[in-house]
Design a protein around this ligand. Structure first.
Ligand SMILES: Cc1cc2nc3c(=O)[nH]c(=O)nc-3n(C[C@H](O)[C@H](O)[C@H](O)COP(=O)(O)O)c2cc1C
Length: 334
C-alpha cells in the first residue's frame, strides 16, 4: 500500500467521484440523488421529488437506486487512490442524508477499481433478447461473489423457480397495467425527452421481446429494433438479504452496482425486473421462493448480449451541476 501524496486536491477527487457516479443505473432513470462535496467528506442525499410515489411508496427502489450511485462513487474514489469510511444513514434526525464518505486517505490506485470505472462508462440496460450462448458458470460465480462482498446475496433460480417467476411477473404486470396512478407515473417517466431523466424511445424495444419471464411493459413501444431471438439462454437471479429496511436496501443497491459492473466486465448483460418487487403479492411469492431465508430486493435477468447487433444507445443523464453541489468548497477555495 502506497501513501504517496495525491497530485490533486481531495475536493477535486470528491467532486469527480460524485460526477462519475452519475453513470449509475436507477429505476426508470430517475437518478434520485444529490451529492454535497465538503472539505473532507462527500455526502449523498436522496431527492424525494424523483421518487416513484405510486410504484415505490416505501422507497425500496429509491434506496436501491441511490445505493448504486454510492457504490459507483466509492469505486471511483478507489480508482483515484482514495480509501474512505462510509457511514450509512448517519443521522437519524436527517433521513434524507443516506451516506457520508469520510476519513479519506490516499493509499494508491486500486487496479480492479480502475477496471470497474471503465465498465461504468459502457454499462447499460439492453432490453433485447440475449444470445443463445449460455452464461458461463464462472461468470455467475463472480457476479454472486461481487454481491456477497457488498453484504447481500444472489440466488440463481432453477427451472421451476423461473416458471414461478414468469407467472409472478405476468401477474405483477397485469396489476400495474390496471392501476391508473401507476400508468400515469410510467407515462411521465417515458416522456421526459430532453430533461436528462426518464426513458427515451431509443432504449425501449419497438416490440415486446420474446422472453421466458415477461419484461416490464412500459405502456408504449420504443424505437429499439428487436430481433426474432428468444432469451431462453438467460439466467434469472434473485438479489436478496437478511432484512427489509432502508439501510439494507441501500446496501442492496451497492451490491446491484457491484454485480452489474462485474457482469459488464465479463460481457454479461443485466436487466433488472422490479415489477415483481413493487407489487406486494408477488413480492411475497418471491419471499416463498427464497423459502424464508431472506427478503427479495430485485430480480436480475442475465445473459450474453447479442453479438450480432450493437446495443441500444446510452440513456441520458442529468448534468453534473444538477447532481453535485460544490458550493461548500468553492466559497472556501479548498
Ligand atoms: C432499482 C432498479 C430497478 C429497475 N427496474 C427495471 C425494470 O423493471 N425494467 C427495466 O427494463 N429496467 C429496469 N431498470 C433499469 C433502469 O431503467 C436503467 O438503469 C435506467 O433507465 C438507466 O439506464 P442504463 O442502465 O442504460 O444506464 C431498473 C434499474 C434499477 C436500478
Amino acid at each position: 500500500m502506497s501513501h504517496e501524496t495525491p497530485d490533486r486536491p481531495l475536493t477535486t477527487a470528491l467532486a469527480e467521484a460524485a460526477a462519475t457516479a452519475g453513470h449509475a443505473p436507477s429505476v426508470h432513470n430517475t437518478q434520485p440523488w444529490r451529492w454535497r462535496v465538503l472539505p473532507d467528506a462527500l455526502e449523498l442525499r436522496v431527492v424525494r421529488d424523483r421518487q416513484l410515489t405510486a410504484a415505490d411508496p416505501e422507497g425500496r427502489l429509491l434506496a436501491l437506486s441511490c445505493g448504486t450511485a454510492l457504490h459507483h462513487a466509492r469505486v471511483a474514489l478507489a480508482a483515484e487512490g482514495w480509501s474512505c469510511v462510509v457511514e450509512r444513514l448517519p443521522d437519524p434526525g436527517d433521513p434524507e442524508l443516506l451516506a457520508r464518505l469520510g476519513d479519506l486517505r490516499h493509499v494508491g490506485a486500486d487496479a480492479e477499481a480502475m477496471r470497474l470505472v471503465q465498465c461504468m462508462r459502457v454499462r447499460h440496460t439492453d432490453r433485447r433478447p440475449v444470445s443463445d450462448e449460455p452464461v458461463p458458470a464462472a461468470a455467475l460465480d463472480d457476479i454472486a461473489k461481487a454481491v456477497a462482498a457488498e453484504g447481500s446475496r444472489m440466488q440463481v433460480l432453477n427451472a421451476d423457480q423461473v416458471m414461478e417467476l414468469a407467472a409472478a411477473a405476468a401477474h405483477a404486470g397485469a396489476v400495474e397495467a390496471d392501476d391508473p396512478q401507476l400508468r400515469e407515473e410510467l407515462a411521465y417517466w417515458t416522456t421526459r425527452v430532453g430533461t436528462g431523466t426518464g426513458l427515451p424511445p431509443e432504449v425501449l424495444p419497438a416490440q415486446a421481446p420474446q422472453t421466458t419471464v415477461p419484461a416490464r411493459d412500459f405502456g408504449r413501444s420504443g424505437t429499439l429494433p428487436v430481433g426474432p431471438g428468444h432469451d431462453r439462454a438467460a439466467v434469472y437471479g434473485l438479489l436478496f438479504g437478511d432484512e427489509d429496511e432502508p439501510d439494507t436496501w441501500l446496501r442492496a443497491g451497492e451490491a446491484l452496482s457491484a454485480a452489474w459492473l462485474t457482469a459488464t466486465r465479463l460481457g454479461v448483460s443485466v436487466v433488472p425486473l422490479s415489477g415483481v418487487v413493487e407489487v406486494e403479492g408477488t413480492r411475497q411469492t418471491l419471499r416463498q421462493t427464497l423459502a424464508g431465508i431472506g427478503y427479495p430486493y430485485l430480480v436480475l435477468r442475465m445473459g450474453l448480449a447479442d453479438p450480432e447487433h450493437a446495443g441500444p444507445p446510452h440513456t441520458p443523464r442529468l448534468a453534473t451541476e444538477q447532481i453535485v453541489d460544490t458550493s461548500a468548497v468553492r466559497a472556501g477555495g479548498a
